[in-house]
Ligand binder design. Structure first.
Ligand code: GLA
Length: 386
């Protein structure tokens, strides 16, 4: 990989004195649409992700090139006065991170030549964009000797996504990527960023991701709308309850007070946020106690709630998950990420993985008319210099 990156870098920018970096993608095991509701999430970093080759260029220009979007060529922008520009396409993500670092007083006084290559399927829901963001923050830290922690790189990346790209995402993706740890998932409380690493002890099972190949971007999804519905429900509950987020409520407290919301759709959305948060806490306990089958049941319940109450699944994800539930050796399966397309995550016993892929793949193609892609993934570390 190193050789290929350097030779591509040389072809595109000339000279081969680039430094090499990697940041992972992520998959969320449980705790969906809870991160902007002050709840818990349980994601892990993957060994697939985004590679970067980078060097300072002695000019006041940033040059971006992606081996995934060769047709867009080199995208060049001035280091000063960075603004969102539709024609810069994917390069708006790294631009936003560099702009945010500058705004926070980190000195980036020279341009860079940056080449990216991702082996995460684009728009799959495995956070290819957060991976690019965190990678860019990490490259800037390393090349300019910035005194910034990995948690702050995650926060800068989320800020850039919220304010530069305009997607009001929570902190989960950027945090999972920046703080990833091999063979561990991260149990993160998004209300205060307290976190614990939990070993992924799946015994004789593997994590299998099925990508629906229904493309989506958060920008054109109903993501911001869901977030607004939760905020409206919270505001209604706050007329009586002294809470800062939906994540503070137990199921019982929610049931006792839900009439305050006064609107059936917002009540459903808030119900998901509250129950999913509690499910996540229970799931992590189950995993720690070695009770994988309970963990799997909670994953299944998470999908049902995302399908029926939060309404972010759609025919593609439902077909994949329902086909997965019907297979031998499946411990749990659910959609993962924002929804509206993207991927599912399943835990499948080793001996059944091949049949799982074949059977679910066939059911999906027969019903949807195009193929799904399957990945048996490994849990990896956060960003590294290669
Ligand atoms: C996207 C967002 C995350 C999170 C998930 C849903 O991945 O970037 O912040 O809200 O959707 O759990």
């Amino acid at each position: 990989m190193k050789k290929e990156l350097l030779s591509s870098f040389q072809e595109v920018f000339g000279g081969s004195e680039a430094e090499l970096f990697f940041a992972p993608g992520r998959v969320n095991l449980i705790g969906e649409h809870t991160d902007y509701n002050g709840g818990h999430v349980f994601p892990c970093a993957l060994t697939i992700g985004t590679y970067g080759a980078a060097r300072k260029n002695g000019e006041k220009v940033l040059r971006f090139y992606s081996l995934n979007f060769k047709e867009l060529g080199v995208i060049s922008v001035s280091l000063e006065g960075l603004t969102y520009d539709k024609k810069d396409d994917w390069a708006n993500y790294p631009k936003g991170v560099i702009k945010t670092l500058q705004e926070r007083g980190f000195v980036i006084d020279e341009g860079m030549d940056l080449l990216y290559f991702g082996n995460i399927p684009n728009a799959s829901g495995l956070s290819s964009s957060a991976s690019v963001e965190v990678l860019t923050g990490f490259i800037a830290k390393e090349l300019f000797g910035l005194d910034i922690s990995l948690v702050d790189i995650a926060l800068v990346s989320q800020y850039a996504e919220n304010n530069f790209i305009g997607v009001n995402c929570g902190i989960m993706d950027q945090f999972a990527i920046a703080m990833g740890k091999k063979d561990h998932a991260i149990f993160l409380d998004t209300s205060d960023l307290a976190y614990e690493y939990a070993p992924i002890k799946l015994e004789n099972a593997k994590i299998v991701i099925a990508c629906s190949n229904k493309k989506r971007g958060l920008g054109d999804s109903k993501y911001n709308e869901r977030r607004q519905e939760c905020e409206d429900a919270l505001a209604a509950l706050q007329t009586k309850l002294d809470i800062k987020s939906l994540g503070e409520l137990t199921e019982e407290e929610f049931e006792k007070n839900k009439a305050l919301i006064g609107d059936p759709v917002r009540t459903q959305r808030a119900k998901h946020a509250v129950y999913e948060n509690q499910r996540t806490v229970k799931a992590v306990k189950a995993l720690e106690a070695g009770n994988i089958s309970l963990f799997g049941e909670l994953m299944n319940a998470s999908h049902v709630s995302l399908r029926d109450d939060y309404e972010v699944t759609g025919i593609e994800l439902d077909t994949l998950v329902e086909a997965s539930w019907a297979q031998k050796g499946v411990i749990g399966a659910r959609m993962t990420g924002a929804g509206f397309g993207g991927c599912t995550v399943s835990i499948v016993e080793n001996a059944d993985v091949d049949n799982f892929i074949e059977n679910v793949g066939k059911i999906y193609e027969d019903k949807i008319g195009y193929k799904a892609d399957f990945y048996v993934v490994e849990v990896g570390d956060g960003p590294v210099r290669l």
